[in-house]
Design a protein around this ligand. Structure first.
Ligand code: IPE
Ligand code: IPE
Ligand code: MG
Length: 236
């Protein structure tokens, strides 16, 4: 397909509703969602996408009932531990963005192990946003710069300086953002990076997302004109 996004970001939503509809506990939705995510990593690479970033746990998700938070952390913990082999086989470079310091030490260790093991892989750049909030990311970046740089640097701070201090430093901005389960909001995801991204809202809940749904989003993306504030040929 022509005009494939280089960077696809997805807000994985609707795990809870998917489970409820089936009369299952919410956690069953998270388990099903995690499985779909593993398959999607292979599908998106086959489409020609180079960067795939997913929202797995927000800075606001700590407000959920403690048993749900515990179940999500267990799932994430299992993913970090069990996916090294699969990531190596599929040549994935895995990164985690978000405030890792707010996670349990053992989870931080597994993340470090996975990131280091896959650092030199040359396939899909797969990024998981975990304890991630767009506002929190910007605040952490500014604090980091303020503690490392002098006042003249801060007074002359540029857009590029701030981009380089974000968790996503070095990654291109998302070209396409998909959110599932018919919800049409950003919920504090990649606030800075989504400045010129195209948005696509899918009706299906995340555990029902599949290649056909991805194709619909990619077709919609391919048909759009991105202007970045300017005009394109023929519009002048
Ligand atoms: C997305 O599904 C996964 C996380 C936010 C962790 P939800 O858990 O938000 O599912 P709904 O939106 O309640 O259906
Ligand atoms: C956004 O989904 C966060 C993740 C997908 C991790 P939520 O389900 O938490 O968002 P709201 O509360 O509906 O805005
Ligand atoms: Mg939700």
């Amino acid at each position: 397909m022509a005009n494939v996004p280089e960077h696809l970001a997805i807000i994985l939503d609707g795990n809870g509703r998917w489970a409820k509809k089936k009369g299952l506990p919410r956690n069953a939705g998270h388990v099903a969602g995690a499985r779909v995510l593993e398959d999607m990593c292979e599908v998106v690479w086959d489409k020609g996408i180079k960067y795939f970033t997913v929202y797995a746990f927000s800075t606001e998700n700590w407000n959920r009932p403690s048993d749900e938070v515990a179940a999500l952390m267990k799932l994430l913990r299992d993913y970090m531990k069990n996916s090294v082999k699969r990531a190596m086989k599929n040549n994935l470079r895995v990164r985690v963005i978000g405030d890792k310091s707010g996670l349990d030490e053992d989870l931080q260790d597994s993340i470090r192990t996975l990131e280091e093991a896959t650092e030199l892989n040359t396939g899909l750049n797969f990024t998981i946003a975990l304890n991630y909030g767009g506002r929190d990311e910007i605040v952490r970046a500014v604090r980091k710069l303020a503690s490392e740089k002098d006042i003249d640097f801060m007074r002359g701070l540029t857009d590029k300086d701030l981009s380089c201090a974000l968790d996503t430093a070095g990654m291109p901005d998302p070209d396409l953002l998909i959110r599932t389960c018919a919800e049409e909001r950003i919920s504090n995801f990649l606030l800075w990076q989504l400045a010129y991204s195209e948005f696509y809202f899918a009706d299906v809940a995340w555990p029902d997302f599949n290649e056909a749904e991805l194709d619909k989003a990619l077709e919609s993306y391919a048909s759009r004109t991105r202007r970045f504030g300017g005009l394109v040929k023929g519009e002048e």
